[in-house]
Design a binder for this molecule. Structure first.
Ligand code: NDP
Length: 686
C-alpha cells in the first residue's frame, strides 16, 4: 500500500492526481517522501481555462488592484511560511537556503506590489513615452501603448528555487494581467505544490490565473500561439532544445531562457593580502560555493586571481572551506546541506571528473568525506570542491563545464586585460563580481564585463556593509545574461512586467490619443466649467478638465523679492551688465519664481478636496521670462490613479497628475511640467 502523499497538479481549477507515479526522495537521507501523479493532464482544457476564466478574472482587475492582490498573497505566504520551511527541508536546503527561496519569493511579490502601485496606472493600458507630433500643426500625433497579451505564460522552472523560481516569474506576469501555467523542476516540485496550495487556499488568487503542472508538459508547447510566452530556467541543453520546438517557431511564441552560467569573480590586482577586500573576496567565493550547496545559477564558478596571489587566495579558501560543516541541515551548526537529488549528485560528480582533465583538485574529494546526520550517507551530499586550472587560456574546461554544486575553479591571470578576456570566455554569464579598492580600475573593468554579463557586482569594504552579495538576483535589477546564460531577461523592476505586455504604436489626433490612453495629450480636447478643478473630488474629475488662469505681469520687484526670499542672487537675475552679456541679453526671472507664480495663478486657495501636492515631473523652463513679460497658466487634469489608499487621517484618496503649461504674452511656452497631487474621494465628511 502506498503510504506516501501523491503530489497533484492544479489544472482548470481542480487538483488532479490520485495515482502514484515516480517517487521523489529526500535529499538528506535518500528515503522516498512523495510521488508524482500518474494521471495525464489535458492541456487543451488547461489552456482553454487560462484563456477564458483566467484572462477574464485578471482583466476584470487592473494594474492597481492586481498589485494589491500580490501584496496580500505575499502576506499570506509569510504567515504560513513555516509549513513551506518544513517541506523544503527534504530538498537538502538549510534554513538560510530556504529563506532565500521562500521569503525571497514572498519578498518578490511585495516588491512587485509596490512597483505596481508606484509606477503603473489604473486600468489595463500603459501609455509609454512621449506623444510625438507627426504633422506641422500637431493635429496628428503618435506614441506607444502597452496592453496585456491575450495569451498564457508557461513557466518551466529549475529545481533549485522551487518557490522563488515560480514567484519571480508569476509576480510580473500577474501584474501584467496574464494567466500562467507553472511547471517546476520535478525533483523539488513538492515545495512548489505546497506553495501553490497555500496561494489557492488564501482565496486571493483570481480564477484561472495560476495553474500547476507536476511532471511533464506533454503537448502543452505544441498548443501555444502567438499571444503566449514561454519562460525557461534550467540547462542550456534543454533551453536549446525547447527553443526550437516547431510550433513555437512557427507561431513566433516568445521564448525567454535563463540557462547555465559560468559566472566569475575577479580579485583585482590592486587588492593586497592585508586589505579587507582580500578577505571579502575569499568570503564571497566560499559563500557562493556553499549556499544552496552551490546549486545557484548565479554561483561563482570561475575564480580569477592575479597569478602572484593564487597561493595566498588558495590558502585562505581552504581554511574557510575546512570549517564548513556539511550534513543534515536540521543539525545545529551545519552550514551546507545536500544537493537536491541523487541525479544531481551523479551529475556533479560526472562534471567534476570532466573538469579534472584540465584542472587539479586543491580541496575536496576526500575518501572519508562523511556528511553529518543519521542516514546522511544515503543523502545527496557533495563535498565542497575547489579546483585549480593552471592554463586558463586552454580551450574548454572550466570555461565550458558547469558542475551545478559546491564546485569552483581558480584561474590565475597575468594582468587586468587578461582577466577581462578570461571572463568573456564564459560566453555570456548572469553575473560577475569585481573586488577592487580602485574606482579607476572599476571604471575600466566594468564596461568591458557588462557586455558579457547580465549584472556586475563591485565589492569593496564600503559596499560590503550592505552588499546583498554576488549571487542574489534582486527584483529591481535585471536578472539574465547574454549568450550561454540564455540571452533572456527577468526581473529588473517594471521591465519584467513589460515582457508580458504587447507594445503597439498608435497614431491619431490628440483627442483620440487622450481617449485611448486615458491620459491627456496636449492639443487634445479640454473641458472648462464654472467649477475650479481643485474643487472637484477624485471621482468627479475628468481627464482633460482644464482651467485657463488670469494673467500676471512680472516686475523687477518680483525678481528682487524672490531673490531676497530664496537667497538666490544669481547674476542672471541681479547683475544688469552680466545679464546683458548673456544669451538672454537681459535680466530674467528665476525659473522657480515662474513656477511659484504659476501656482499662485492656478490654485484655489480655500479648503477643498486637494489634500497635498507631492511633487513635479518633467519640469522644463522652455523660454526666459523677462521684466515686463506677462505670464498665464493652463492647468489640465492629465492622469488619475486609484491606488485604493487613504490619507493619514483616513480619507480615501487618489493620485491626480495635472499638466501645466505656462505661457507668455506671445502665447509662447515658458514653463512646462506635471504636478502630482493627492485628491480626496467622495465620501463621509466632504
Ligand atoms: P533541465 O534543463 O533538465 O530542466 C529544467 C526544467 O525543464 C525542469 O522543469 C525540467 O523538468 C524541464 N524539462 C526538461 N526537459 C523538458 C522537456 N523536454 N519539455 C519540457 N520541460 C522539460 O535542468 P535541471 O533542472 O534538471 O538541471 C540540470 C542542469 O541545469 C543543472 O545541473 C544545471 O547545470 C542547470 N541549471 C541551471 C539553472 C539556472 O538557473 N540557470 C537552474 C537549475 C539548473 P523535469 O524536472 O521534470 O525534468
Amino acid at each position: 500500500m502506498n503510504q506516501l502523499p501523491t503530489l497533484q497538479s492544479f489544472i482548470a481549477g481542480q487538483w488532479i492526481g490520485a495515482t502514484a507515479a515516480n517517487p521523489l526522495t529526500s535529499a538528506v537521507n535518500g528515503k522516498p517522501v512523495y510521488h508524482t501523479h500518474a494521471e495525464t493532464i489535458d492541456f487543451e482544457q488547461s489552456l482553454d481555462f487560462a484563456r477564458c476564466a483566467g484572462q477574464q478574472s485578471l482583466l476584470a482587475m487592473d494594474f492597481q488592484s492586481r498589485a494589491a492582490c500580490l501584496r496580500a498573497l505575499g502576506k499570506y505566504l509569510i504567515e504560513h511560511k513555516e509549513a513551506l520551511y518544513a517541506i523544503s527541508a527534504h530538498s537538502g536546503a538549510t534554513r538560510a537556503d530556504s529563506w532565500v527561496d521562500i521569503e525571497g519569493g514572498a519578498g518578490t511579490l511585495f516588491a512587485y506590489a509596490s512597483l505596481g502601485r508606484r509606477e503603473l496606472p489604473s486600468g489595463n493600458l500603459i501609455p509609454e513615452g512621449d506623444v510625438i507630433p507627426l504633422g506641422p500643426t500637431g493635429a496628428f500625433a503618435g506614441g506607444h501603448i502597452l496592453v496585456p497579451r491575450r495569451g498564457v505564460a508557461v513557466h518551466i522552472n529549475a529545481f533549485n528555487f522551487p518557490v522563488w523560481g515560480m514567484l519571480e516569474k508569476f509576480a510580473p506576469n500577474f501584474l501584467a494581467g496574464m494567466p500562467c501555467i507553472v511547471k517546476p523542476g520535478s525533483s523539488t516540485s513538492y515545495v512548489t505544490e505546497a506553495a501553490v496550495r497555500l496561494m489557492q487556499q488564501s482565496g486571493l488568487l483570481p480564477e484561472g490565473s495560476l495553474q500547476l503542472v507536476i511532471g511533464r508538459t506533454g503537448d502543452l508547447l505544441d498548443r501555444l500561439g502567438g499571444q503566449d510566452i514561454v519562460t525557461f530556467t534550467g540547462s542550456a541543453a534543454t533551453a536549446a532544445k525547447l527553443r526550437v520546438t516547431p510550433n513555437l517557431v512557427a507561431n513566433s511564441v516568445m521564448f525567454n531562457a535563463e540557462a547555465d552560467s559560468l559566472n566569475c569573480a575577479i580579485l583585482a590586482p590592486d587588492v593586497m593580502p592585508d586589505d579587507a577586500e582580500f578577505d571579502l573576496f575569499v568570503k564571497e567565493v566560499v559563500r557562493e560555493m556553499t549556499t544552496k550547496a552551490g546549486q545557484k545559477c548565479t554561483a561563482i564558478r570561475r575564480v580569477l586571481v592575479p597569478a602572484d596571489k593564487v597561493d595566498a587566495v588558495t590558502e585562505k579558501l581552504i581554511s574557510r572551506l575546512a570549517k564548513t560543516r556539511v550534513g543534515d541541515p536540521a543539525i545545529e551548526g551545519v552550514r551546507m546541506g545536500a544537493l537536491a537529488s541523487h541525479d544531481q549528485q551523479r551529475d556533479v560528480r560526472h562534471q567534476v571528473e570532466a573538469l579534472m582533465t584540465s584542472c587539479e583538485r586543491v580541496y575536496g574529494g576526500a575518501a572519508d568525506f562523511a556528511p553529518l546526520g543519521e542516514g546522511a550517507s544515503d543523502g545527496a551530499f557533495f563535498e565542497p570542491t575547489l579546483l585549480l586550472c593552471r592554463d586558463p587560456d586552454a580551450e574548454g574546461g572550466a570555461h565550458d563545464i558547469e558542475a551545478f554544486g559546491p564546485v569552483s575553479t581558480l584561474m590565475p591571470y597575468r594582468d587586468i586585460d587578461h582577466a577581462i578576456e578570461l571572463a568573456a570566455r564564459g560566453k555570456g554569464s548572469l553575473v560577475s563580481s569585481v573586488i577592487t579598492r580602485s574606482p579607476e580600475l572599476a571604471a575600466r573593468i566594468v564596461p568591458a564585463l557588462a557586455s558579457w554579463h547580465g549584472r556586475v557586482h563591485i565589492l569593496d569594504a564600503e559596499a560590503a556593509t550592505e552588499s546583498t552579495g554576488h549571487g542574489s538576483p534582486l527584483p529591481m535589477l535585471k536578472h539574465g545574461g547574454p549568450g550561454r546564460a540564455g540571452g533572456g531577461e527577468e526581473l529588473g523592476g517594471i521591465r519584467a512586467v513589460k515582457h508580458y505586455l504587447q507594445r503597439a504604436a498608435v497614431q491619431g489626433s490628440p483627442t483620440m490619443l487622450t481617449a485611448v490612453t486615458g491620459e491627456y495629450v496636449r492639443g487634445g480636447q479640454t473641458y472648462e466649467t464654472e467649477v475650479h478643478p481643485f474643487r472637484r473630488h477624485f471621482e468627479e474629475l475628468k481627464i482633460g478638465e482644464s482651467l485657463l488662469t488670469h494673467r500676471r505681469t512680472v516686475t523687477e520687484a518680483d525678481i528682487v523679492n524672490f531673490g531676497c526670499l530664496s537667497g538666490d542672487h544669481f547674476y542672471m537675475h541681479f547683475d544688469e551688465l552680466a545679464a546683458r552679456d548673456s544669451q538672454f541679453e537681459q535680466r530674467i526671472a528665476h525659473g522657480y519664481f515662474v513656477l511659484s507664480a504659476a501656482a499662485g495663478l492656478f490654485v484655489s486657495p480655500g479648503v477643498g478636496p486637494v489634500l497635498a501636492n507631492y511633487g513635479l515631473d518633467n519640469l522644463r523652463f522652455v523660454n526666459p521670462v523677462g521684466i515686463g513679460d506677462t505670464i498665464q497658466a493652463r492647468l489640465t487634469c492629465k492622469r488619475k490613479i486609484d491606488q485604493g489608499k487613504e490619507s493619514p487621517k483616513g480619507d480615501p484618496q487618489g493620485v491626480v497628475a495635472w499638466d501645466v503649461q505656462v505661457t507668455n504674452q506671445q502665447g509662447g511656452l515658458v514653463a512646462s511640467y506635471d504636478i502630482l497631487t493627492l485628491v480626496k474621494k467622495l465620501g463621509v465628511g466632504n
